[in-house]
Design a protein around this ligand. Structure first.
Ligand code: PMP
Ligand code: GLN
Length: 397
């Protein structure tokens, strides 16, 4: 078996599978270890898929994606800060953002190329890059600077082998968004060094305050920017596997060539459901977004007076980072103990990279009351660990 497909990243969710097994045995476990919305897909979207199937949508679909859907996606992109000329020709429909990331990497990266990625980073990125033979160059984000990238660090990582920069904004796991000034600075680097800018924007529709900025609206960027997104999170459609890539037409034809031998097009009834998703009234989506924001606020409020753990309030998305450094435990040890002794599952921050060691990520995917209960258990666990590490550190007379 080739070492290029080494499955890195998958082990991050082992704790989640353990938690699910315990819950299935009837134990009281609060599962906050995966980013899967606890909402059902809005009924009109489900109806559209059923109608489409009943209407005979059981044949191959256009490999690039149905034109009507690509037009909806281009329109969504334009109204989310994307470049004003984006059209259906700039869009390829793929099976989720994950498939979009994988396909984009295959189309842009050659063995030995370097791709700069701020770290912590979404857990699959390493394997996606490794499968191309390219090399991820990690740029650490400082927890004390709120996990915001610094241009100087990115610039210092550029070498003659650098092909691309991959930015995830809004960011998983930290929930932070790049500022317009930061996009400008990164775009300048891309133009100066002739680099591609790949943007993973799956949480773009879940920003709590402010607007999503898209760097392909900046001068000289449409021809070198690739935006990857999906309906998974914004429309509670993780299981439907519908995502897309927006980029310059030459990349689109390359993606279509790859999609031809990989997917042969996405299911037509799911594409019809996706068209219905773009026709959903904005209020339905705003309700989900507002719920995540209220849950975020519930966590901040419940842990506000803690002297041991601290919250990093996300600007977007469905995750939250909790700083557990004062407990004296490694993040993995803390996450294991939290599940084993207090019945709460979270992901260890270092699954996303060493710069997030000392943090755990929790998903805002249970109601606010359950989240408050989870926070009380996190606080109890942190108190115990803190007490024990102080005792262990005390000199013995
Ligand atoms: N990128 C990031 C940052 C994610 O958190 C996820 C998980 N939703 C994905 C990509 C994959 O998304 P999808 O379910 O659309 O494949
Ligand atoms: N993207 C989600 C997360 O970060 C879910 C991914 C998955 O289930 N593999 O938790």
């Amino acid at each position: 078996l080739t070492q290029r497909i080494a499955g890195k990243g998958a082990s991050a969710w082992n704790i989640h599978f353990r938690a699910k097994a315990r819950q299935a045995r009837g134990e009281d476990v609060i599962i906050l270890s995966v980013g899967d919305p606890d909402f059902d897909t809005p009924p009109s979207i489900v109806e559209a898929a059923v109608d489409s199937l009943r209407g005979g949508s059981t044949h191959y679909a256009e490999v690039q994606g149905k034109r009507t859907l690509r037009e909806r996606i281009a329109n969504f992109h334009r109204t989310h800060g994307g470049h004003a000329d984006a059209s259906a020709d700039n869009v390829a429909v793929l099976a989720g953002a994950q498939c979009g990331l994988y396909a984009t990497a295959q189309c842009l990266l050659d063995p030995g190329d370097e791709i700069i990625i701020p770290e912590p980073a979404y857990v699959t990125y390493e394997a996606v890059v490794q499968a191309t033979g390219a090399v991820p160059v990690w740029v650490p984000l400082s927890a004390d600077a709120g996990f915001q990238p610094r241009t100087a660090d990115i610039a210092a990582s550029i070498t003659p082998r650098t092909k691309a920069i991959l930015i995830n904004s809004p960011h998983n796991p930290t929930g932070q968004c790049l500022t317009p000034a930061m996009w400008d600075a990164i775009a300048t680097l891309c133009r100066e060094h002739d680099l591609w800018l790949i943007v993973d924007a799956v949480y773009a529709d879940l920003i709590f305050d402010g607007e999503h900025a898209s760097p392909d609206s900046l001068p000289g960027m449409p021809e070198r920017t690739v935006i990857i997104s999906s309906l998974s999170k914004s429309h509670a459609m993780t299981g439907w596997r519908l995502g897309w890539v927006v980029g310059p037409p030459p990349l689109m034809s390359h993606l279509v060539n790859l999609a031809l031998c990989m997917l042969y097009g996405c299911q037509p009834f799911i594409q019809d459901a996706a068209i219905a998703a773009f026709d959903e009234p904005p209020a339905a989506l705003a309700t989900m977004r507002d719920t995540y924001r209220q849950r975020r606020d519930a966590v901040v409020e419940t842990l506000r007076d803690s002297e041991i753990v601290a919250t990093l309030s996300p600007a977007a998305g469905m995750f939250m980072m909790i700083d557990i450094r004062a407990t004296g435990l490694s993040t993995h040890a803390f996450a294991d103990r939290l599940l084993d002794e207090h019945g709460v599952s979270v992901l260890a921050g270092d699954a996303f990279g060493p710069s997030a060691a000392g943090f755990v990520r929790l998903s805002l995917t249970v109601d606010a009351e359950r989240l408050r209960e989870a926070c009380r258990r996190i606080e109890r666990c942190a108190q115990e660990c803190h007490g024990e590490s102080r005792l262990a550190a005390r000199p013995i007379n």
